[in-house]
Design a protein around this ligand. Structure first.
Ligand SMILES: NC(=O)c1ccc[n+]([C@@H]2O[C@H](COP(=O)([O-])OP(=O)(O)OC[C@H]3O[C@@H](n4cnc5c(N)ncnc54)[C@H](O)[C@@H]3O)[C@@H](O)[C@H]2O)c1
Length: 366
């Protein structure tokens, strides 16, 4: 008789448990010694369509941080598409490295080959640390890239339309709190004046809001302050300002235990993905503190709307109309949040998850 040997249980890998936690579908690790490429592609959900998401290049403190970022970003993309009514799933990619020092044509093209191997299950676009030029390099290796320059038939920079969507979300939040949506005389702290932030500053200043700005790039700060008559504040003081609105437009997780002790605003509404360090904990804390939070994945969907128009052929006018609709959806979310006594983030997730579940069952039964 064969002796059966008892196998010792395999220690649970933090990678797999992290995938299980948020039901991720696929995770691809991309490595190329010749170009120094180290990247991770995460596919969260493809119920509504191919997983779409940016490729971010960032000097992460650790590979674990990069993994956490890509898992959170890809999940956010699923809900962003779902709540905006687009037929995309959610995915994202991160390239680990300093975009000023480590980027090259060969590295981006090698990354493009990894994207191509996924046969269209993942479609990528520009994000923090990548440019339209990088998208052109990726396009040399795969058709599964959007947000190309207008000269190449793409929809061009997504910053302006993303900023417009965020502006709509801010106006809806102001209407919810103060009964009318005028920004004249309102004070806004914009953290990060990059592609989205600068356009947002312009829209806010056009409506006569008082705008404070911070960024890591001093030259850019001076130029934007001069161009739009905005007030520069040192990075570490942005959370202490006595303003009506805090608008995070740099990186995520800036709403956390530390900053919540300092923030004095009535509204948080910005473009950065994953602004709440912990959705449940900090979403609830904001509600308890009486700070109105406009869900990031809802109001920053302008860029996605823009690249969707590139694929669907909807055109700029249609994309602008869809971005304008963020105003109405944001107000609907606030109403649902009040009615059901849940946070605005939970309300937005509930609507997005319902759409995904409905379409999943429609597909299963057809
Ligand atoms: N570009 C889009 O269409 C789009 C769409 C949706 C969401 N977003 C998100 O919005 C945010 C901004 O996007 P972007 O395209 O403007 O990026 P960007 O790289 O052009 O600009 C980001 C800016 O933030 C600054 N910054 C970084 N860390 C900072 C800090 N700690 N304090 C102050 N400033 C800091 C950078 O110096 C840079 O100027 C990102 O989180 C991005 O994921 C962008």
């Amino acid at each position: 008789m064969l002796e059966t040997k008892q196998l010792t249980p395999v220690e649970t890998s933090p990678i797999f448990s992290k995938m299980v936690d948020n039901s991720h579908k696929n995770l691809v690790f991309c490595m190329d010694k010749a170009t120094g490429l180290k990247a991770i592609i995460a596919i969260h959900d493809t119920t509504l369509g191919p997983a779409i998401g940016g490729t971010r290049m960032w000097h992460y403190r650790s590979e674990a941080d990069a993994l956490d970022d890509v898992l959170r970003l890809s999940r956010g993309m699923t809900y962003k598409s779902a709540i905006t009514g687009l037929n995309f799933g959610g995915g994202n990619a991160v390239i680990i490295g300093d975009y000023n020092r480590d980027k090259s044509e060969a590295l981006m093209r090698r990354f493009g080959k990894f994207v191509n191997n996924l046969n269209g299950e993942f479609v990528t676009a520009q994000d923090v640390g990548t440019t339209l030029k990088d998208m052109e390099y990726i396009r040399m290796e795969t058709p599964h890239v959007v947000g190309l320059s207008e000269a190449l038939g793409g929809s061009g920079q997504t910053g302006p339309i993303s900023a417009y969507g965020v502006y709509m979300g801010i106006k809806a939040s102001v209407k919810e709190l103060w009964g009318n949506d005028s920004l004249s005389g309102k004070s806004v702290a914009v953290q990060g004046i990059g592609n989205v932030g600068e356009h947002l500053v312009r829209l806010l200043r056009d409506e006569d809001a008082r705008v404070y700005i911070s960024d890591l790039d001093d030259d850019r700060l001076t130029a934007v302050a001069r161009k739009h008559d905005a007030i520069i504040v040192p990075n570490n003081q942005i959370y202490d300002l006595d303003v009506d609105i805090y608008s995070p437009c740099a990186l995520g997780a800036t709403v956390n235990n530390e900053t919540l002790k300092r923030l004095k605003c009535a509204i948080i509404a910005g473009s950065a993905n994953n602004q709440l360090q912990d959705e449940e904990v900090h979403g609830q804390l904001l509600m308890d503190m009486g700070i109105l939070y406009a869900p990031d994945f809802l109001i920053n969907a302008g860029g996605l709307i823009s690249v969707y128009s590139e694929i669907s052929g909807g055109g700029k006018k249609r994309a602008l109309q869809q971005a304008e609709n963020i105003y109405k959806v944001t107000l609907d979310i606030f109403r649902m949040s009040k009615r059901e006594q849940i946070t605005p983030n939970q309300a937005a997730l509930k609507i997005a998850e319902k759409r995904i579940a409905d379409i999943r069952s429609l597909k299963a039964n057809s």
